[in-house]
Design a protein around this ligand. Sequence first.
Ligand code: AMP
Length: 569
Amino acid sequence: MIEDNGGGASGFADLMLAPELCRALSDLGYEEPTPIQLAAIPPLLAGRDLVGQAATGTGKTAAFALPVLQRLLAGDERAEPLALILVPTRELAVQVAAAMRSYGRDMGARVLAVYGGEPIGRQLGPLKRGVDVVVATPGRALDHINRGTLKLGGLEILVLDEADEMLDMGFAEEIEAILASTPAERQTALFSATMPPRINGMVRRHLREPVRAELGRQAPASAGGLLVRQTAYLVPRGYKAAALGRVLDLERPTATIVFCRTRDEVDQLTESLNGRGHRAEALHGGMDQKQRDRVMARLRSGTIDLLVATDVAARGLDIDQLTHVINYDVPSAPESYVHRIGRVGRAGREGTAITLTEPREQRMLKTIERVTKRPIKLEKLPTLAQLRSERLERMRTELRETLLKDDGELNAFRSVVGPLGAEFDPYDVALAAVQLAHEASEPPREDEEIPAVEQPSADDRRPARKTRPRDQGRPTGPAPRRGRRATTGTTRLFVSTGRSDGVRPQDLVGAIAGESDLSGRDIGAIEIADRFSLVEVPESAADDVVRALRGTSIKGRKTTVRRERYPAR
Ligand code: AMP
């Protein structure tokens, strides 16, 4: 039986979301609400306060953004913002604002991201002209409130996103001050990955009889009996497709389903996989049974190896022959994970489940592990050198087998080897033949370097800081000299962004000086390679800098910073 809603976003219509929003979601390729959206949207639409325990990757942004936009749709144009969304970092401010604009694209929602680091003057114009939703970091929001440039008299909804993170970053006072300048009758929603006592205190003080939306508490259908090898790879943002390619090169699966979140992602990934020489086909929710059967027959016969699908599209498929399930993103809830991996390891056969996880999604992965009570092994992506040596090893075995079983078939090639053997050393002829075979068996791909992701500690929140972090402007120091080796008393840090991301020395100096206690003058030589950079800092400050830069972005790219693993001698 196939339960198919035709790939539309009808699940959202069931939540009583307006057609304008449903249309935008459907165009974005969202097929059904995630659990946190199912739990949070109805009470928020009904005007209730809400506490949502949800980490990144669960779809929490849409869970609050959609009700805010729906409220906007219901009212007239206003002079003051309807909603204020507080987020811990400028990256998140930009991301949330972008998500809101895309959900609200058909309704002309005026959404402004307001954060430190950007000249305050640039934010004044739009604020003066009038905006509907302000997405802000607490420091800069308070700054605007104090200047009288952000007026909250007409505010109806306040959202605290990643509240635990905001408190960890030392924003408690700012948040209290901001709350005090909003109307008492406002609606408040608080989202947090964890619920430490300080968050509960905040909830008690500022929310009125909130509905609680907690995920991952109830045990999902058991994953216990399955014969599934579970692995996850930590992959930096922006390298997912390359990482998947590498995992596929390593595993060489024959019948695999790759799960994506949205239809758009399915289409893009299918194209990129085919471009890399894999044989992949997209499975769409809108396909009828005949079309599905055809795709499945191609998978069964080995015409294709990979099926790329959303949860909805893959519903009801008869896929007993699958060997691998790959989660291109961490699923939005443990239930979805269990459902997906239940597709392999059936009937006593062994299966493999592989999950690609961005550092920010690791918390969700831990929740899945806890709820399913099954360990998910975090492995390192194979390096290009490892893949190459495996391929060569495979070729050696195959050549050996061919030589051992020689039943005269090799004679057909004597006319090639004979004359060449007279002209060249036969050993060299063999080497050249191996090279040709090697290239023919696997056309050279654009081999991409994938930076390692630093393994965060068990609790990957930022440590509380003594002083309030600067979400103000970043100083830019003079660009230090390049190319020197680390000198005594200094150490070099690896930063996973480089020339191909447009990074310049002053960007690195700005990021380090803006986020840590170092000033531009403390920073030594900077080497910028294509895909990474090395920055010399005082040894005594190295760990603090690494901590301070955890999770930040440089030039819009999420960046890993760690000590250099293999310092130059
Ligand atoms: P978030 O947890 O809000 O950071 O969202 C994680 C990712 O899930 C984002 O890339 C969203 O675009 C995506 N997303 C959110 N809701 C849905 C949904 N209902 N279906 C598919 N993707 C979604």
